[in-house]
Design a protein around this ligand. Structure first.
Ligand code: C5J
Length: 226
């Protein structure tokens, strides 16, 4: 059993029953010139976590855990894009429009891809999701059930949108979830802070949080007992 010094209290899991879910580490959210930047966001905030997400991936790969990557991605004909999502607000570019890295958030386009250093390895699962939550309109629930997963580790962007939505979906489905604090980020630092507090409030009402180092130390300690 791996025991992580987490907040609000220790988080325990068996690696063989745990999946790491890395949410939407996509070029269009993270790289300069992409969709995130056209919306007026400072993408440097998100780019800063890339090395930590890579370290987290490597730690979980070494522990032979299930690794799942998600992408916010729609069909080229936009048949899975509700008008309410496409038409909201007054952005310069909308989902499906031609952006600097191809059509925005469309499956198969360069900008929809995951940033190079966090790219999935052969055998890892990649899920394209049309919503903010990764369980909505995807096979994620079935995949986790087939793998016998009971615990989920979370990383990725953005903390208060797709990461938090998916953690809440997971919570209602009975999973114990740990969010890796320095492997997730928001364009709005105050939203990240608030999300961390919301997740672990009231005795882990949504789940736990810990740093990548705290997780790595716990994995190391467990490996030494084998
Ligand atoms: C957003 C995401 N923020 N991956 N997507 O629209 O959080």
């Amino acid at each position: 059993m791996v025991i992580v010094k987490a907040r609000p209290y220790d988080y325990q899991f068996s690696p063989e029953k745990t999946a790491l879910i890395v949410i939407d580490m996509q070029r269009d959210f993270i790289e300069p010139g992409g969709f995130g930047e056209t919306l007026g966001n400072n993408v440097k905030l998100l780019a800063a976590i890339v090395p930590t997400v890579k370290r987290l991936l490597d730690a979980c790969r070494s522990a032979a855990m299930t690794i799942i990557h998600t992408r916010e991605a729609h069909r080229p004909d936009l048949s899975d894009l509700p008008p309410a999502k496409r038409n909201r607000g007054n952005p310069k570019l909308r989902i499906g429009d031609e952006g600097a890295m191809g059509r925005i958030l469309i499956a198969g386009e360069p900008g929809t891809d995951i940033v190079r250093s966090c790219a999935p390895l052969p055998g890892e699962i990649v899920i394209d999701k049309p919503g903010k939550g990764a369980f909505y309109a995807t096979a994620l629930g079935d995949i986790l059930r087939l793998r016998g997963a009971t615990h989920l580790l979370f990383a990725g962007v953005t903390t208060e949108v797709c990461v938090q939505t998916t953690m809440r979906e997971a919570n209602d489905r009975g999973y114990d979830s740990l969010l890796i604090e320095d492997a997730t980020e928001s364009y709005f630092p105050e939203f990240k802070r608030a999300t961390m507090e919301m997740i672990r409030a009231q005795g882990a009402v949504v789940g736990w949080t810990a740093t990548c180092d705290q997780l790595a130390a716990a994995l190391h300690a467990e490996a030494r007992t084998r």
